[in-house]
Design a protein around this ligand. Structure first.
Ligand code: PGA
Length: 258
């Protein structure tokens, strides 16, 4: 099943989030070939959005989470607090947090470990900077990010781990990676992760993110190597999100008849 994650970032208030979540529900109502959809509102809207999606197939994700259980961590949100709100997915190590909140690979690893222990599906973001791609170092950079993130981590039978390949130069730039670049990197990510997670390869999914929009989403999703997409900008405008969902449904349908 293809996965579609909407990362709403720090953009919407509670009422806007509820309206957008309703729009997502309407877009899939009564449809047969629906992708797995995860929406990630701001923390302040999780509680209300949860009510909107309660009886639907749409899941709730958090944009980050603390690796600590509780205590003197001003401004942080714990796994327990997210569990109370029926959150199922947690985005970890988004490049904006790596850049703005100093989230190092060690932090990403600690959060991944905590997310898995707490029953969440981690969505680990990885991706190279423009300079690394220009120097031909993208595979090595991503390999190091994955290796550091998964050090000492093993997946249980029932656990799933998602990687979101998000090259920094493609995020919010209107300049997405090409399908060829994405397919090559996804195969690499899978190979690296397989080695580290020994025998758990079917429990890994690899998503692409970075300037995904209604025009290019079909092209990415129809690739076998692309298990799903992580959408930022296009996920906060209902008209665009509906079109992204519609394209994703077409891909799911085409796969079901293969
Ligand atoms: P974008 O963001 O779709 O606006 O490029 C993607 C992301 O940051 O996850």
């Amino acid at each position: 099943m293809k996965t579609l994650i909407g990362n709403w970032k720090m953009n919407l208030g509670v009422r806007e989030s509820v309206a957008l979540a309703r729009g997502v529900i309407y877009a899939i109502r009564g449809k047969k070939f629906v992708p797995e959809i995860v929406i990630c509102p701001s923390f302040t809207a999780l509680s209300e959005v949860r009510k909107v999606i309660a009886r639907s197939s749409v899941s709730l994700g958090a944009q980050t989470m603390s690796s600590e259980d509780k205590g003197a961590y001003t401004g942080e949100i714990s796994a327990r607090q997210l569990q109370e709100l029926s959150v199922s997915h947690v985005i970890i190590g988004h490049s904006e947090r790596r850049a703005n909140q100093c989230e190092t690979d060690a932090v990403v690893r600690a959060k991944t470990k905590k997310a898995l222990e707490s029953g969440f599906i981690p969505v680990i973001c990885i991706g190279e900077e423009k300079e690394a791609r220009e120097a031909g170092n993208e595979l090595a950079v991503v390999q190091e990010q994955i290796t550091n993130a998964l050090k000492g981590i093993s997946l249980g039978h029932e656990q799933t781990l998602l990687f979101a390949y998000e090259p920094l130069w493609a995020i919010g730039s209107g300049n997405p990676a090409t399908s060829q670049q994405v397919v090559e990197m996804h195969a690499h990510i899978r190979a690296v992760a397989q080695e580290l997670l020994e025998g758990r390869e079917t429990q890994i999914k690899v998503l692409y993110g970075g300037s995904v929009n209604p025009e290019n989403v079909y092209g990415f999703l129809r690739e076998q190597e692309v298990d799903g997409i992580l959408v930022g900008g296009a996920s906060i405008k209902l008209s665009q999100m509906r079109e992204v969902i519609s394209q994703a449904m077409d891909v799911v349908e085409s796969y079901s008849t293969k």
